[in-house]
Design a protein around this ligand. Structure first.
Ligand code: 5GP
Ligand code: MG
Ligand code: MG
Length: 179
């Protein structure tokens, strides 16, 4: 698996240190707010697990699963909900946890969905941000690292179901997916 990585962008140590910082920021913000924390499966699983155990305040853990259509039909129709929340977010602060914000369609879809259900506030914490690829004007409120316009794997992010368990963030070799 490691042979398929072109370059390690952020080591396990660097990621963990950044998660400590993000957790401190979120703790200052959400202490006493009782948010519903919503990781987006499956990519955000590893990041969310590390982050949430560093949040020492009252919260509920839920999750959603979404899939994005690869066709270029309607921007609002590009995302489909595969697994919905089990919590009612009406009147509750919602904190979405993402692996990466790329085109922004997923985040826009979730923001609209939770807003329509009366969430008190909606924020996003994303491990990675790839601003070069944005197609809609939406941003994460808290970002671990910015990444270049390359295909990223590791720390939860996959290619064809693989590489999620790599404990670092890296660029996948083009030879793996071109051919
Ligand atoms: P969006 O384009 O809607 O912002 O992001 C949709 C999803 O595509 C992300 O949550 C992530 O799962 C996946 N994605 C976007 N860029 C990358 C990338 O560089 N590597 C991997 N493995 N997944 C990505
Ligand atoms: Mg994702
Ligand atoms: Mg994926």
């Amino acid at each position: 698996m490691n042979n398929d990585i072109e370059q390690v962008l952020y080591s396990q140590e660097e990621v963990n240190q950044r998660i400590d910082e993000l957790a401190a920021t979120l703790t200052a913000k959400y202490q006493g707010e009782f948010p519903v924390v919503v990781p987006v499966m499956t990519g955000a699983m590893m990041f969310a697990t590390e982050l949430m155990k560093r949040l020492p305040f009252k919260l509920n853990i839920d999750y959603v699963d979404v899939s994005s259509y690869e066709d270029n039909s309607q921007s609002s129709g590009r995302v489909r909900l595969l697994r919905d929340l089990s919590h009612d977010v009406n009147g509750r602060p919602v904190l979405i946890i993402e692996d990466i914000v790329d085109t922004g369609h997923t985040l826009q879809f979730l923001n609209k969905l939770f807003a329509s259900r009366g969430a008190k506030s909606i924020e996003t914490c994303s491990l990675l941000d790839k601003p070069a690829r944005r197609e809609v004007e939406v941003n994460a409120d808290y970002v671990g690292f910015e990444v270049p316009n390359e295909f990223i794997v590791g720390y939860g992010l996959d290619y064809d179901g693989l590489y999620r368990n790599l404990p670092y963030v890296g660029i996948l070799k083009r030879s793996v997916y071109e051919n």
